[in-house]
Design a protein. Structure first.
Length: 105
């Protein structure tokens, strides 16, 4: 993947996407969020949000509607409606509490 560091986590774009045959995925590393589709001719990234700072992303979870939450090792949680755009909400961490995982129901 052009210009991306190692991938920390990859999930289907929609929760339970493997059951709905949704082939679009979201991936994160420490400072990027990207969406890719293996059905494109070059398997490339189709949308990305790149941060110049390092928000230290560590985990994320998606909903059935394609919204997603991204947690960081600083304890912050960002809520997104789509990749490539800024977060709609930023929930501040509680002083260094690391987000190890997120689940949405």
């Amino acid at each position: 993947m052009n210009g991306y560091n190692s991938i920390l986590d990859v999930e289907h774009f929609r929760k339970n996407g493997e059951l709905a045959r949704d082939d679009t995925f979201i991936g994160i590393n420490n400072k990027n969020i990207f969406q890719f589709d293996p059905n494109t001719h070059d398997h490339s990234c189709i949308s990305a949000k790149k941060y110049s700072s390092n928000p230290k992303f560590s985990c994320f979870a998606t909903t059935q509607d394609g919204y997603f939450a991204v947690g960081s090792s600083t304890g912050e949680i960002r809520l997104f409606k789509e990749t490539g755009k800024n977060a709609k909400n930023l929930l501040q961490g509680k002083g260094g509490t690391e987000n190890l995982s997120r689940k949405i129901s």
